[in-house]
Ligand binder design. Structure first.
Ligand code: UDX
Ligand code: ADP
Length: 469
């Protein structure tokens, strides 16, 4: 194979999700001479990507719809014709979902690779020419070798070069992160053909990033680095959240502690915001994966060490819910509690592992009446998140929880508001008007440290801010 010498004309991405969609849109916008096809087996999702109303794209990300508008139908295409796209592409990105296993060996910890495996088998069946296959989904270490073995043993005699190219974008800032990536990681075999494949993929990123930012490693370092990067980031959040509990019992203020430690250049200021707990599709899944892999190798101390990051996150969510219940005189039954925010962070419509889900679950078990307002998350998504837990019947969930499009309607005669996502618009609300509309005493539980304690107390609220006594 000599793809590095050949110009790349066509690439495809299998999986039109939160990673595949934005990533390929940016590649299409930066590489106008390359035809980029994003395929998915989910017809509804592809229809949304092709919707003439760009506000209906399945993924909300600042800047995304502008890029899709510029490139769609020119060199960016969304389709369900998976086989055709595989056949035509020189480079195939695999960006399908890899949820935590819900059955069998590794249940609750290991990544379920069935979608990746199906993809690999499909590529093996369809490919008639040499391909570079790039794994972009977050995968446990050594998945590339599994993909390689499937491709080599069931293929049509064509040559495959397997690369690991983990995606480091954070949701809500995906486009910025892609355009100004700190680094791009490409792992591949340390053979002449592996090197050629790495250089070919690198040439795509070099359209807009300096060559020095593209780091080449062996496959396993690349796969492991993705898990470790997420584990380190999540660990910082759990560390500061642990301290937030201590701050609440003392006169320390977690924001002051964050600032004080973050100005130490060895620690740095980022990822030190105490919150109601981290969510998102990666942190928990990747750490569980790291824990599972470590245990598989008998490294129990290593596994326990990383597992504690999850244990602390679960504690933070539980602590927040329990505080609401105890502050509302130990009973929330029949009380109207408004959720401002359901997404796992601002500027995304993604709700995977969002703290709001567990907090709602805990309060619904106490028969609270919840009203949710989130500027970007649909009612269907919210109910699907709750139904998935299987704690109550879908009917009970719909009886106890309602979703509204107007925050001011939500707060009418509410006992309490819980701020669970740091959407900017919550800061711009007339909190005086909100106070007027609520029952008294009017409680606000700020899980994102969004508002000023002094101002809220001045307005008359009983205001609880995470990490402050
Ligand atoms: C993360 C990684 O940042 C990204 O590199 C990787 O590719 C995917 O996983 P993402 O989950 O999209 O990205 O968002 P991120 O900004 O990391 O936030 C994750 C969670 O941590 C959110 O719930 C966020 O609210 C929370 N968080 C983050 C905090 O509570 N405090 C912080 O200081 C930072
Ligand atoms: P991520 O956040 O990693 O992008 P998502 O769940 O948002 O994950 O997206 C993964 C996408 O992959 C889904 O839209 C799903 O339908 C798609 N997918 C899963 N398996 C296959 C497959 N074998 N062929 C094509 N698409 C697939």
């Amino acid at each position: 194979m000599n793809l590095s010498m050949k110009k790349v004309n066509k690439i495809c991405c299998i999986g039109a999700g939160y990673v595949g969609g934005p990533t390929m849109s940016v590649i299409a916008s930066q590489c106008p001479e390359i035809t980029v096809t994003v395929v998915d087996i989910n017809q509804a999702r592809i229809d949304q990507w092709n919707d003439s109303d760009l506000d209906n794209l399945p993924v909300y990300e600042p800047g995304l719809k502008e890029i899709v508008e510029k490139t769609r139908g020119k060199n960016l295409f969304f389709s369900t014709e998976v086989d055709k796209a595989i056949d035509e592409a020189e480079i195939i990105f695999i960006s399908v979902n890899t949820p935590t296993k819900t059955y069998g060996k590794g249940k609750g910890q290991a990544a379920d690779l069935k979608f990746v495996e199906l993809c690999a088998r499909n590529i093996a069946k369809v490919a008639k020419t040499d391909k570079i296959v790039v794994e972009k989904s977050t995968l446990p270490v050594r998945t590339a070798s599994a993909i390689k073995s499937i491709l080599e043993n069931t293929g049509n005699g064509v040559k495959f070069e397997i690369l690991s190219n983990p995606e480091f974008l954070a949701e809500g800032t995906a486009i910025e992160d892609l355009l100004h990536a700190d680094r791009v990681l490409i792992g591949g075999d340390e053979t002449p053909s592996g090197q050629e494949a790495k250089d070919t993929l690198s040439s795509i990123y070099e359209h807009w990033l300096p060559k020095e930012r593209v780091l080449q490693t062996n496959v396993w370092s690349s796969e492991l680095s993705k898990l470790v990067a997420n584990a380190f980031l999540a660990q910082r959040v759990s560390s500061i959240n642990a301290i937030s509990a201590l701050c609440e019992r003392t006169d320390a203020n977690v924001a002051e502690v964050s600032r004080a430690i973050g100005t130490d250049s060895r620690i740095g200021p980022k990822f030190l915001n105490a919150s109601v707990g981290f969510g998102g599709s990666c942190f928990q899944k990747d750490i569980l994966n790291l824990v599972y892999i470590s245990r598989t190798f008998g490294l129990n101390e290593v596994a326990d060490y990383w597992e504690q990051v999850i244990i602390m996150n679960d504690y933070q969510k539980r602590r927040f819910a329990e505080n609401i219940i105890s502050t509302l005189y130990n009973t929330v039954s029949g009380k109207k509690i408004v959720f401002f925010g359901w997404a796992f962070k601002k500027d995304t419509n993604d709700t995977r592992e969002s703290a709001a889900i567990n907090i709602a679950d805990a309060l619904l078990e106490e028969k609270a009446e919840i009203v949710v307002y989130d500027p970007k998350v649909s009612a269907d998504r919210i109910y699907a998140d709750l139904d998935y837990l299987d704690t109550r019947t879908p009917e009970e969930n719909r009886q106890l929880l309602t979703v509204v499009n107007d925050p001011m309607e939500a707060v009418q005669e509410a006992h309490a508001i819980a701020i669970l996502t740091e959407w900017d618009e919550f800061k711009t609300y007339s909190w005086d008007t909100i106070f007027e509309k609520m029952l008294k005493p009017a409680f606000v539980f700020d899980g994102r440290r969004l508002l000023s304690k002094e101002e809220m107390e001045e307005k008359g609220f009983q205001y609880y801010k995470i990490g402050q006594s």
